[in-house]
Design a protein around this ligand. Structure first.
Ligand code: SAJ
Length: 431
């Protein structure tokens, strides 16, 4: 039966490779509407958890995952040979940067090699991992075409960027509009039909590289605008203007403006990383992406700026940072999440630790962190005497913190998130 009918009848078997914050929710969405989904991941622990119905990405959907596993709608599997039995393969593996901040598509390439091993006629392959424009047609397609199968006739290939905002309570995989870009007309049509089974809105790009660029624009837009307010925050401090008040008042403009807020830096595995995929690709065209690189410099400077704020504040209290007892609140890269990837909190801890401060941190979502080769364990705030610290840094404004108690008990506070805006106290230093 042709793939289109299998998709419409939901008898198509779907393989999702990479069961992270994109892949697992996506697998669940397809299983929810009736598809049989194989979740493939190199990490046996993740596979075991999925098959036990443990939803390590979205606790709230644990019951759902458990029932889908029980109904054999979702099955976790490590063995890539399952790929010869599926009709659709969706790639959701990480696309990080190397330590020299160049694109690392090694996960995509190794998965693509596995797919090409088992590629069978009629299969649809979709890349969702964020990457530079050209990856689908310059990297994925040639490998899959090696054994003579023709794209658009024997197999189908598309790019469709993931749009997941971790922690967002309003938008999820189903109600976030989806962009798709197929290599050929047939690829486009089949990909649109597939995602229409799950997503409410589908928008078709004229090519995979257009769709790849759409995703990068979305994330570069955030990185550049966050850098803008970070730069203005530093300037406003010198001018004795409250940047937070400025932003809130600017946000009253009902059109042509969108608020972004200063912070201790840029965390997560998307915004600090994705823009540099375009920087790297642009070099092929003798093009220097100055906005992206300037934004990167400003955002990467923020942890150092926070450390400097602390040093200056301690100095006013006739204290030096070296051997001062500092408590950092929040290791996650943003509030109410258990993800510390690229978190500026870790960079702040590293900087202060290198300057001889006695650093401790709390994050109930993140029990321990590793900075270079040193392990820090989250300390329990219960019965903790905040006045025993020379300063407290609010790096991540988790909802669980008792901010009233923090203000009452701390001797000095560096507030990186303006979470203490309703308290007036000169021991609070806000970014
Ligand atoms: N941040 C600021 N100021 C802001 C907004 C964010 O300093 O005004 C910081 C955050 O604290 C965080 C970092 O930037 O450390 C990134 O936050 P984020 O919410 O922009 O990024 P992610 O990685 O949590 O999720 C984003 C998605 N977020 C939103 O659209 C709000 C979206 O950009 C992508 O769909 C997703 O990354 C992705 O997977 O690319």
């Amino acid at each position: 039966m042709p793939l289109k009918e299998k998709i419409l009848q939901k008898t198509a078997k779907i393989g999702v490779i990479g069961l992270g914050y994109v892949g697992l929710p996506l697998a669940i969405e397809f299983a929810k509407v009736g598809f049989k989904v194989f979740g493939i991941d190199d990490n046996p622990e993740k596979i075991e958890k999925v098959n036990q119905g443990v939803n390590y990405i979205l606790k709230a959907e644990e019951v759902l995952l458990t029932s889908l596993v029980k109904e054999k709608r979702i099955k976790g599997i490590v063995d890539y040979s399952i790929l010869k039995e599926v009709d659709v393969i969706i790639i959701c593996v990480p696309t990080p940067l190397t330590k020299n901040r160049e694109p690392d598509i090694s996960y995509v390439e190794s998965v693509n090699k596995e797919i090409s091993k088992y590629l069978t006629k009629g299969q649809l392959i979709i890349l969702e991992s964020t990457t530079y424009p050209g990856t689908t047609e310059e990297v994925i397609l040639p490998k899959l075409s090696e054994n003579g199968l023709k794209v658009g006739e024997d197999f189908y290939l598309a790019f469709s960027p993931e749009r997941v905002d971790p922690g967002n309570k309003s938008y999820n995989t189903k109600n976030t509009p989806k962009i798709i870009g197929g290599v050929t007309k047939n690829c486009r049509e089949l990909t649109k039909i597939l995602y229409s089974q799950v997503m409410e809105e589908i928008y078709v790009a004229s090519s995979p590289k257009t769709a790849e660029m759409v995703k990068l624009l979305e994330n570069i837009f955030r990185s550049v605008n966050i850098a803008l307010v970070n730069e203005l925050a530093v300037l406003c401090k010198k001018m004795e203007i409250n940047i937070w008040e400025v932003i809130d008042l600017a946000a009253t403009k009902p059109y042509g403006y969108m608020p972004f807020y200063p912070g201790p830096g840029l965390g997560g595995h998307c915004i600090p990383i994705d823009p540099f995929y375009l920087t790297w690709k642009a070099r092929e065209y003798d093009f220097h992406t100055r906005f992206i690189e300037l934004a990167g410099e400003i955002n990467m400077h923020m942890p150092y700026y926070i450390a400097n704020m602390l040093i200056e504040a301690l100095n006013i209290n006739h204290k030096v940072l070296n051997a001062s007892k500092i408590l950092v609140l929040g290791a996650a890269y943003k509030k109410d999440l258990d993800d510390s990837r690229e978190s500026p909190s870790l960079k702040i801890i590293e900087i202060l630790n290198n300057k001889g401060a006695a650093i401790e941190y709390n994050d109930d979502y993140i029990k321990q962190i590793k900075i270079k080769n040193k392990i820090f364990k989250s300390i329990d705030l219960k019965n903790l005497k905040l006045k025993n610290y020379d300063a407290v840094i609010i790096a991540t404004d988790h909802s669980y913190y008792d901010y009233k108690k923090i203000v009452e008990e701390s001797s000095l506070i560096i507030d990186c998130r303006n979470i203490l805006k309703k308290y007036k106290n000169d021991k609070i230093r806000v970014l």
